[in-house]
Design a protein around this ligand. Structure first.
Ligand SMILES: Nc1ncnc2c1ncn2[C@@H]1O[C@H](COP(=O)(O)OP(=O)(O)OP(=O)(O)O)[C@@H](O)[C@H]1O
Ligand SMILES: CC(=O)N[C@H]1[C@@H]2OC[C@@H](O2)[C@@H](O)[C@@H]1O[C@H](C)C(=O)O
Length: 369
């Protein structure tokens, strides 16, 4: 199907996400009518080349100018390459790359041209998912929670549970799966918890020229500086009632705090900060979840996972324990959300972004329009 999007029935949607860690483009297929997940399909990954990553990095925190234009070009090319391999697709959900996020001020900026991608792929593309939520007073993030709700239904969950995404930034979705729909008050509470991997990645890059603390190996050798951890937890952000969202570098002060420490102690302390931020966030949830399902790259860090489990009163497991794919959950989320946008269904609500009322977002670009 190239033109119009069917108004009813199950669609085969291809979602694409380029996250805050700037590693690459995740792409994944979901079959859904916008409410129920019928099936998960194939997935793929297109890594950014080092020079592309440098261009994206130069665009971070900017709202306009040559750096933003160049970053947009990188995003467009990488997504075309990531997405053109898929077949039998009805529509695409294209998140783009967040360069800057300031919902109370400038707004939110995801670069990538959905209209151009629609022409290049010959498929309808849903994009610019966050702006409408911000215009309606919301944080514009996180948006995965409506998908998490559908996943909880897909799993057959009956007790409240939480999804925790540990990317550059952490975000938590608390779900009452007994509710009939995600926008029903009390069904969802979602918010960014604090920094997750970004500060440790930045430390590894600045001090050792490495991308990450693989396996938490460096953190495992260090000792947590408890005083610094307390100072970190005193930040106003943690006391703020959710919903709330963060820009990748909003916690730059945490990186500054650990500057006097040796490499291992700094890595241990930054890792402990990410875990402690989640535990603090959990205090805002209406009731303790029966389990926490962890998605995103942070689930591969056993030190972070151990620290999380120590701070929470329930099982903390990778989403694979529930039959989901933790590398692709965000790409799948934007596939699912694309169908919701195409069908006029909401993608956020007061419990997920603080928006005034449940709202859909996104632009639908159809090739040849
Ligand atoms: N084996 C590993 N050991 C330790 N950390 C890891 C490992 N694998 C991935 N990570 C961490 O996870 C990060 C990537 O996570 P992910 O792909 O979920 O981020 P993202 O999707 O870009 O971010 P966001 O969800 O914030 O947009 C890496 O940069 C690294 O910090
Ligand atoms: C503004 C923005 O791009 N935020 C991302 C980022 O990465 C994780 C966290 O911060 C979350 O708020 C969001 O992404 C996920 C996919 C979301 O919207 O649910």
């Amino acid at each position: 199907m190239n033109g119009a999007i069917a108004r009813t029935g199950v669609l085969r949607a291809l979602g694409a996400m380029s996250g805050t860690s700037l590693d690459g483009v995740d792409a994944a297929v979901v079959e859904t009518d916008g409410i129920t997940i019928s099936a998960f399909g194939p997935s793929g990954y297109r890594a950014y080349l080092p020079e592309e990553r440098a261009i994206l990095r130069a665009g971070l925190g900017r709202w306009q100018g040559a750096e933003v234009e160049l970053a947009g070009d990188v995003v467009d090319v990488a997504h075309f390459e990531a997405l053109r391999r898929f077949e039998g697709i009805d529509l695409v959900g294209f998140h783009g790359q967040t360069l800057a996020h300031d919902p109370r001020g400038h707004g939110t900026l995801q670069v990538g041209d959905g209209a151009a991608l629609a022409e290049a792929l010959g498929l309808p593309v849903v994009w610019d998912f966050r702006s409408q939520d911000v215009r309606m007073g919301g944080e514009g993030a996180p948006l995965a929670p409506f998908f998490h709700f559908a996943c909880a239904k897909w799993m057959g969950a009956t007790a409240p549970l939480a999804f925790l995404n540990l990317g550059g930034v952490g975000n938590l979705t608390w779900i009452d799966p007994s509710q009939p729909a995600p926008e029903v008050p009390g069904a969802l509470l979602a918010f960014d918890t604090g920094p997750a991997n970004a500060p440790v990645n930045d430390l590894m890059s600045a001090r050792l020229g490495l991308e990450m603390d693989a396996g938490g190996a460096l953190a495992a050798q260090g000792t947590v500086a408890e005083g610094m951890l307390e100072e970190f937890l005193a930040a106003r952000f943690f006391a703020r009632m959710p919903p709330k969202s963060l820009d990748r570098n909003d916690f730059a002060f945490a990186s500054k705090l650990v500057e006097p420490l040796g490499d291992a102690d700094a890595a241990a302390t930054l890792t402990a900060m990410s875990a402690a931020a989640v535990a603090r966030g959990m205090e805002h949830c209406p009731q303790p979840p029966a389990r926490v399902l962890v998605t995103g790259g942070g689930r591969r860090n056993p030190v972070l996972m151990r620290m999380l489990a120590a701070g929470l009163d329930c099982p903390v497991e990778p989403v694979e324990a529930a039959g989901l794919d933790g590398d692709m959950l965000e790409a799948q989320a934007f596939a699912y959300l694309a169908v919701r946008v195409a069908r006029g269904l909401p993608t956020s609500c007061p419990g997920t972004t603080g928006v005034r009322a449940a709202v859909g977002g996104g632009i639908v670009s159809v090739p040849g329009a």
